[in-house]
Design a protein around this ligand. Structure first.
Ligand code: MF3
Ligand code: CO
Length: 249
């Protein structure tokens, strides 16, 4: 088992796949408003992905029944879209991915619906910044867990709970490739980062305690204490210098 190093040709395909996903996310961000259902978001996202000639990679992944994961408030990740109506003050995490010419992309954003509490705004900001703090360490020659440790160091000062049951991952011709990328402190260094690695870095941060549980649907992960949770994810490329964030336009 080893971490895939992508060729120039593969990197180009990853860039294309990720750029399309970035456009899908931007459209979904504009679409979110009070009164729509989580199923509406999924339907629009699925249509957008297919309009680019791509295939949603989450649909039927280990039996997941939708194309977009929609997780509201205390839902951490993998919410199943349905009849739930989005309302003012909610925070909504959208996780989406697609396949373009055999290459997977994966990204997540958390959106505020209208005015949200100051506490929620802070949580969303810190979660997004946690990604950026992590990738400051995402350089060839550094070790994988330098990313994990940087995320933990940054997030911990706010007293938030870092979800431990789910982690980031390598990505390429499969949605989940090696390595796993925890968002919390590691005792070891992990593998050395090398140019050509493509990684999905995805902090999942709870306002309260880190503990999560799974709902009866076997997918939806929620914060055990019922407090809000945020998620921010991009697919990145390790280079000789600064990492390329492939799923941002
Ligand atoms: N971005 C998610 C992850 O890396 C993908 C969810 S897979 C799904 O775990 F099946 F839930 F869609
Ligand atoms: Co992911």
């Amino acid at each position: 088992m080893a971490i895939n190093i992508k060729s120039e040709r593969e990197i180009q395909l990853m860039r294309e796949s990720c750029k399309i996903l970035a456009k899908v996310h931007d459209e979904l961000g504009k679409f979110i408003k009070p009164g729509i259902t989580t199923a509406d978001i999924n339907k629009y996202g699925d249509e957008l992905i297919r309009s680019f000639g791509c295939v949603p990679n989450f649909l039927n992944y280990e039996g997941y029944p939708a194309s977009i994961c929609v997780s509201v408030n205390e839902e951490v990740v993998h919410g199943i879209p349905g009849k739930r109506v989005i309302k003012e003050g909610d925070i909504v995490s959208l996780d989406a991915g697609l396949i373009y010419k055999g290459y997977h992309s994966d990204a997540a954003r958390t959106y505020a619906v209208g005015e949200v509490s100051e506490e929620c705004r802070k949580l969303m900001e810190v979660t997004k910044q946690a990604f950026f703090e992590g990738i400051k360490m995402a350089k060839a020659g550094n070790h994988l867990f330098d990313i994990s440790n940087a995320i933990d160091d940054y997030v911990s000062q706010f007293g938030y709970g870092i979800v431990r049951e789910l982690v980031g991952h390598g990505i390429g011709t499969k949605l989940h490739e090696e390595p796993q990328i925890p968002n919390f402190r590691q005792l070891r260094h992990g593998p050395r980062l090398m140019p050509g690695m493509t990684l999905a870095i995805e902090p999942m941060i709870n306002m309260g305690r880190a503990d999560v549980e799974w709902l009866e649907d076997d997918w939806t992960v929620v914060a055990e204490d019922g407090l809000p949770s945020a998620h921010y994810e991009n697919t990145i490329l390790i280079t000789e210098g600064e990492p390329e964030i492939l799923t941002l336009l």
